[in-house]
Design a binder for this molecule. Structure first.
Ligand SMILES: C[C@@H](N)C(=O)N[C@H](C)C(=O)O
Ligand SMILES: [Zn+2]
Length: 225
């Protein structure tokens, strides 16, 4: 009986153990018509231009300038987009912050997949850029890079590092910073968390929108949107 059971189960076990995990093919939407169809099916898929929904929000789109870690212009247009529910949440955050004398400044939103590929190729430290094998939440229109400004002066609120610094102090829970910087960073993180965003552990400025898994990776340039 024992032998019979072993003979029956052995091939199944080896098959299950020996079979390599199926490689998941990455789906990246690069057709504008396919994107339009997805919006028709679900209006939440729309990539909304952030300034159209929040006209008073400040932009500093570094990837449309040379002033970024790539030291080259990556975007032809200084624009920022995100999926509809992401922008709606940003609007609520901006409203909350404005009441306290602060505002948001956006460094980046939706990022076409091809840009993530270029980042990964050139970045000196791959811990600060998404691996194209998985793609970035920016490619899904579900991540934003941002900071706080003083509403009266328009000046940035001091943070532990500059944007896109590859330093250890960029970590969202880095301890060895002054009480003031820690307060500012935590104030931003709390304001974002309240409306559905989660900070990236090694980048205080990068926030992923909860539910990003429901959105496809995209490779459509800003010019088409
Ligand atoms: C490149 C940096 N601003 C960034 O967004 N990094 C994360 C990890 C990403 O590429 O998704
Ligand atoms: Zn980011």
């Amino acid at each position: 009986m024992k032998i019979l059971l072993l003979t029956l189960f052995f091939p199944i076990i080896t098959f299950a153990q020996g079979r390599p995990k199926p490689i998941q093919k990455l789906v990246v939407v690069s057709s504008y018509n396919q994107y339009l169809a997805s919006v028709k099916t679900n209006p939440n898929n729309e990539l909304v231009e952030i300034t159209k929904s929040i006209p008073d929000i400040k932009l500093d789109i570094r990837y449309a300038t040379n002033d970024n870690f790539m030291q080259q212009v990556m975007y032809n247009q200084a624009r920022a987009f995100a999926r509809k529910p992401v922008v709606e949440s940003l609007k609520r955050i901006q409203r909350d912050l404005n009441k306290k004398g602060y505002g948001l400044k956006i460094f980046d939103g939706y990022r076409p997949y091809a840009i993530t590929v270029a980042f990964y190729k050139k970045a000196s430290d791959k811990n600060f850029v998404a691996n194209p094998n998985k793609g970035s939440k920016h490619n899904r229109g579900c991540a934003v890079d941002l900071t706080l400004i003083n509403l009266k002066t328009g000046e940035e609120i001091a943070m532990p590092t500059s944007y896109d610094s590859f330093a250890a102090a960029a970590a969202a829970n880095y301890e060895n910073v002054s009480p003031e910087l820690k307060r500012n960073r935590n104030f931003l993180i709390t304001a974002m968390q309240k409306h559905g965003f989660k900070v990236l552990s090694n980048e205080w400025w990068h926030f992923d929108f909860n539910g990003w898994q429901n959105y496809n990776l995209m490779d459509i340039p800003f010019e088409k949107l």
